[in-house]
Design a protein around this ligand. Structure first.
Ligand code: 5AD
Ligand code: SF4
Length: 426
């Protein structure tokens, strides 16, 4: 029998990219041939954070089925809506976020039996971390999942239902995986998770960062999204370590204390700004990125103006804007004073526009200076090479293929709203 082919599509966050990396390697080990695009089996690793993310996944599932693939749906979306997913025609296997290591076997079983399998395990209270080490991540930057799940239940958020309670990878396993990645030539490791401030039960993240930073040959460590209230002085101190990137992603969500309270967030604007000031003191070039939700139930024009003004005050280097999305089962879904669609759209477009302005302001301050860039493998459409600086600015520049995968110096010459361009330093 010819080898079965499998391809992967990933939606959502960095954790999902890590999970797909793991799945790719496990399918390979079971004898599948991994290809791009059309394949016998298409695995779709889904996201359900907003209704639009779920809708995009549904479209991808239908498109793959139409092209004749056997479709495997996994990740957050089936975890919260297994029935809905299994009713989409052409779906062969439905699994959630648990027991990822079993997925290739489930697929082989479904192929053999010629009938669909739905196997979504509900979360349990003392769920253990499923250690799913990855050897050859897909990107120049290697994502490493150190934690999964969240018990905070912000009122708008479906993620705790999808990812389950917080659980952590052991420090030994994190270090072992990181060491292996460094030996394989990866220069940057991104520590990811659903809510990594909860690592080791909470408070254990700075120690872990410090341990990973001591690995010989590791040039960069980046820390992905952190809840503002988890940013302790010890964590800010980590920004002093020579290989820790001067970049924090702190989701602000709203600039109105009243809305933050209704969202169930555990910080107010004053605390947020205090953290920002302290971090900038330690890391003056800090890249500060954030998420904003526009149009949360009850958000008035005055609340929204506060969000815009805090965005300016914090001088974010990049903003991810979300339109509030009603997720059935969350507390906010039952709140009164829903903001009309039209108003949400108007507000989110203002957040996007201001975000771009702030990015451009941040980028302009880099012009004329030298930055270190980790060069990615893929060229841009216009033929330029590209990569990220330590402070998470996308930098594009001309250069030869032999620069790919290396960390090089680039002099920034021009600033735009999404990236900067420059020339490699000789
Ligand atoms: N509606 C809109 N945005 C949301 N996010 C999470 N839940 C929702 C929702 N119901 C956004 C938050 C979070 C990011 C990952 O997704 O900004 O930080
Ligand atoms: Fe999407 Fe959140 Fe799940 Fe990531 S954890 S895939 S962002 S729903």
């Amino acid at each position: 029998m010819p080898m079965r082919t499998v391809s992967f599509r990933t939606f959502g966050c960095k954790q999902n990219r890590y999970d797909t990396d793991f799945l790719r390697e496990s399918f390979e080990k079971k004898g599948f041939k991994v290809v791009q695009g059309d394949a016998d089996v298409v695995v779709i690793n889904t996201c359900a954070v907003t209704s639009r993310s779920a809708q995009k996944c549904r479209q991808a599932i239908r498109a793959a089925a139409r092209r004749g693939a056997k479709v495997v749906v996994t990740g957050c979306y089936p975890q919260i809506a297994a029935g809905e997913v299994s009713r989409i025609p052409g779906v062969m296997v439905v699994s959630g976020v648990r027991e990822r290591s079993r997925l290739p076997d489930l697929v082989l079983e479904a192929l053999e039996r010629g009938e669909p399998i739905v196997d979504v395990k509900p979360h349990v209270q003392d769920e253990e971390f499923e250690d799913t080490p990855v050897e050859r991540p897909d990107l120049t930057r290697a994502f490493l999942k150190i934690q999964e799940g969240c018990g905070d239940f912000c009122t708008y958020c479906i993620v705790p239902y999808a990812r389950g309670p917080s659980r952590s990878k052991s420090p030994e396993s994190v270090v072992e995986e990181a060491e292996r990645l460094v030996r394989s030539g990866y220069k940057e490791i991104v520590l990811t998770g659903t809510h990594i401030g909860l690592y080791g039960g909470g408070g254990a993240l700075p120690k872990l960062i410090e341990r990973v930073s001591r690995i010989d040959g590791l040039i960069r460590i980046r820390v992905s999204s952190l809840e503002p209230h988890d940013v302790t002085p010890e964590l800010i101190d980590c920004l002093r370590l020579p290989n820790v990137c001067q970049h924090l992603h702190l989701p602000l969500q709203s600039g109105s204390d009243r809305i933050l309270r209704m969202m169930g967030r555990r910080y107010d604007v004053a605390l947020f700004m205090d953290i920002v000031r302290k971090a900038r003191k330690v890391a003056p070039d800090l890249g500060l990125t954030t998420d904003i939700i526009a149009g949360f139930p009850g958000e008035t024009e005055a609340d929204f103006q506060e969000t815009l003004s805090v965005m300016k005050e914090a001088a974010f280097s990049r903003v991810h804007a979300f339109k509030y999305s009603d997720r059935p089962g969350t507390r906010a879904s039952g709140f009164r004073d829903k903001v009309p669609e039209r108003v949400k759209e108007e507000r989110v477009s203002q957040v996007i526009a201001l975000g771009r302005e702030l990015s451009e302001d941040f980028h302009r301050r880099l012009v004329g200076r030298d930055f270190e860039v980790l060069v990615e493998d893929d060229r841009e459409k216009d033929g330029l090479l590209a990569g990220f600086t330590r402070n998470y600015v996308r930098c594009r520049f001309p250069g030869d293929d032999d620069l790919k995968g290396k960390v090089i110096g680039v002099t920034v010459q021009e600033a735009g709203p999404t990236d900067v361009t420059g020339i490699p330093r000789r």
